[in-house]
Design a protein around this ligand. Structure first.
Ligand SMILES: Cc1cc2nc3c(=O)[nH]c(=O)nc-3n(C[C@H](O)[C@H](O)[C@H](O)COP(=O)(O)OP(=O)(O)OC[C@H]3O[C@@H](n4cnc5c(N)ncnc54)[C@H](O)[C@@H]3O)c2cc1C
Ligand code: SF4
Length: 449
C-alpha cells in the first residue's frame, strides 16, 4: 500500500462481518410459506408465468406448496429452471414475476414468489434429492464451453435427453458468476457449489476444469471431436474509464474485487478503503458499493452519469444501497483520477446533462470526491474469441457478442451459444439458464432430425 492511503483489512469485528454477510432474505418457515401460498389466486393465464424468463408454472408450484407437496413444487420449478434455487435468491423478482402478480393491483403487495420458490427448492436440496432421470443413451456427445448458468443449464438438459456432455471450464470451480460474482449475502453458505453438485448428480456430465477455449483447445478441435458445441463463456472483460491514472494503486475493477471477496476464507483479511468511490449504474456498482460498506468502508459514493431511471440497477436495488448508507450521485462523469505517491486520492467529476440533440454532454462545472479506493463498474464486455478457431470459419458477432437465432444457433453449423455472451437477454442468471435450456432442446432436435 502506498503511503498516505487509508486502505486496511479488519475494519470490523468478526461477528459484525458475519452478520453483515449473512443471508439478506432469510427463508420462510412452513407457517409463513402456507400463509403466503394462500394469497395466490391460481390465476388462469397467469401473468407471473409470462413474466418469468424461464416460464415456470408459478400457480402450479404454489398450489403444491399449499398442500405440503414440496417435492412436486420443486419439480415444477426445476423442470423449467434447473437453477431455480439460485434464481429464488438472485432474481430481481420486483421487475419480473412479482411485478406482474395481480395482487399488486389490489394490495400493492405481490405474492412473494421468490421466497416461495426458495422454500420449495431448499427442501429438495436439504434432502439431497435429484428428481430427474436420464433418457436412454443417444450415443451423441456434446461439448459445453463454460460452466456458468448457461453452460450448466444446457448440460443438464442435454444429459436428461440422453446425451453425453463434457463441460470445459477455464476456472477451478463451476457456477460462473453465481460462484464468483453475485453479492455474497445473496448466496451464502456455499450455495453456488451445492447447486453445481445437485446439477452434476444427474450423471452424464463430466466437467474438465482449467480448460479454456483458445488456450487448451480450439473450436475446431471441439467440432471435430463432438457432435455439437455450446458456448456459454459469459463476458470475461470489463470496460475501462479511458482516463489517465487508471493504473494507480487503489483503482480496481469491481468484478475482480468481488471475485476475491467471494473466494475469501476470512473477510477480515480483505483490505478496503475508508473512502470508496464507485463509478457505474448497474448491478455491479450496487453490489461493490454495498459490500465495501459492509466490509467497513466509512464513506461509499456511487457516481452515475445519468439519472436514476436510466440506471440498470432497479429502484429496489438503488433503495437497498441507500439504506445501507451508500450515497448515489447522478448526472456526473469522471474526468480525472487524482493520486499521490502512486495511490489514488480522489476522482474529479464533471456534471452532465442532455443537450438539445439528446446527447449526454458535460456542463463544464464539476466537483471532486476524495477516495482511497475507486471501483470501475461501467460494464462488462466479451473477451475477443480466438480468431478463426482454426476452422476457417468466424463466428458472426453482433454488438460485440456472439450472434444467435431464436434457437441459439450461431453462424457456424453445429455450434450454439447462450447467456451473457449473446446479445438476446438482460444479463441475468435466469436468462442465461433459459438460453442454455433452449439451446439444449434445439441441439436435441438437430440430432433427431
Ligand atoms: C457483480 C455481478 C452481480 C450480479 N448480480 C446478479 C443478480 O443479483 N441477479 C442476477 O440475476 N444476475 C446477476 N448478475 C448477472 C449474472 O451473474 C449473469 O447474467 C450470469 O451469470 C450469466 O451466466 P453465463 O453462464 O452466461 O456466464 P458466467 O456466469 O459468466 O459463466 C461463464 C463461465 O464460462 C467460463 N469461461 C469463460 N471463458 C471461457 C473459455 N474461454 N473457456 C472455458 N470457459 C470459459 C467462466 O469461467 C465461467 O465459469 C450479476 C453479474 C455481476 C457481474
Ligand atoms: S399472478 Fe400472483 S396471484 Fe396470480 S397466479 Fe401468479 S402469483 Fe398467483
Amino acid at each position: 500500500m502506498s503511503q498516505g492511503s487509508d486502505v486496511a483489512a479488519g475494519r470490523l469485528e468478526p461477528d459484525v462481518l458475519a452478520e453483515n454477510f449473512a443471508d439478506i432474505h432469510p427463508p420462510l418457515d412452513r407457517k409463513t410459506a402456507l400463509v403466503e401460498a394462500s394469497r395466490c389466486y391460481f390465476c388462469h393465464d397467469a401473468p407471473c408465468i409470462e413474466a418469468c424468463p424461464t416460464g415456470i408454472d408459478i400457480p402450479s408450484f404454489i398450489r403444491k406448496i399449499s398442500t405440503d407437496n414440496l417435492r412436486g413444487a420443486a419439480v415444477d420449478i426445476l423442470s423449467e429452471n434447473i437453477m431455480g434455487g439460485a434464481c429464488a435468491r438472485v432474481c430481481p423478482t420486483e421487475v419480473l414475476c412479482e411485478r406482474a402478480c395481480v395482487r399488486n393491483a389490489q394490495e400493492h403487495k405481490p405474492v412473494q414468489i421468490g421466497l416461495l420458490q426458495r422454500y420449495a427448492t431448499d427442501d429438495l436440496f436439504d434432502r439431497g434429492l435429484q428428481p430427474f432421470e436420464r433418457a436412454a443413451p443417444s450415443g451423441r456427445k456434446v461439448a459445453v464451453v463454460g460452466g456458468g448458468p448457461a453452460g450448466l443449464a444446457c448440460a443438464h438438459r442435454l444429459s436428461r435427453l440422453g446425451h453425453e456432455v463434457v463441460v470445459f471450464e477455464a476456472k477451478e470451480k463451476a457456477g460462473g458468476l453465481n460462484e464468483y460474482g453475485i453479492a455474497a449475502y445473496k448466496v451464502p453458505d456455499h450455495f453456488a457449489q451445492r447447486e453445481v453438485d445437485f446439477i452434476l448428480s444427474l450423471g452424464g456430465i463430466e466437467v474438465r476444469y482449467g480448460q479454456a477455449l483458445g488456450r487448451e483447445f480450439s473450436l475446431a478441435n471441439l467440432r471435430r471431436d463432438y457432435n455439437a458445441v455450446f458456448l456459454g463463456i459469459g463476458l470475461g472483460d470489463v470496460r475501462g474509464l479511458g482516463l489517465e491514472g487508471e493504473d494507480l494503486d487503489g483503482v480496481h475493477n469491481a468484478v475482480e474485487y468481488i471475485a476475491g471477496l467471494r473466494q475469501a476464507e476470512d473477510l477480515g483479511q480483505l483490505a478496503v478503503g475508508r473512502k470508496v468511490v464507485v463509478i457505474g449504474g448497474g448491478n455491479t456498482a450496487i453490489d461493490i458499493a454495498v459490500q465495501t460498506k459492509r466490509l467497513g468502508a466509512e464513506d461509499v459514493t456511487i457516481v452515475y452519469r445519468r439519472g436514476p431511471e436510466a440506471m440498470s440497477a432497479t429502484h429496489h436495488e438503488q433503495d437497498f444501497a441507500q439504506t445501507n448508507g451508500v450515497k448515489i450521485k447522478h448526472w456526473a462523469a469522471p474526468v480525472a483520477l487524482q493520486g499521490a505517491n502512486g495511490h489514488v486520492t480522489g476522482v474529479d467529476f464533471e456534471y452532465t446533462q442532455i443537450d438539445g440533440d439528446g446527447r449526454l454532454t458535460g456542463t463544464g462545472e464539476g466537483f471532486a470526491v476524495p477516495a482511497d479506493m475507486v471501483f470501475k463498474a461501467v460494464g462488462q464486455i466479451m473477451l475477443p474469441l480466438p480468431d478463426g478457431n482454426g476452422a476457417g470459419e468466424i463466428l458472426e458477432m453482433t454488438g460485440g457478442r456472439i450472434a444467435v437465432d431464436v434457437d441459439r444457433r450461431t453462424s457456424i453449423a453445429g455450434v450454439w451459444a447462450g447467456g451473457d455472451c449473446v446479445p438476446l437477454g438482460d444479463d441475468l442468471t435466469v436468462s442465461a439458464v433459459q438460453d442454455g435450456k433452449v439451446a439444449a432442446e434445439s441441439i436435441d432436435r438437430y440430432f433427431r432430425s
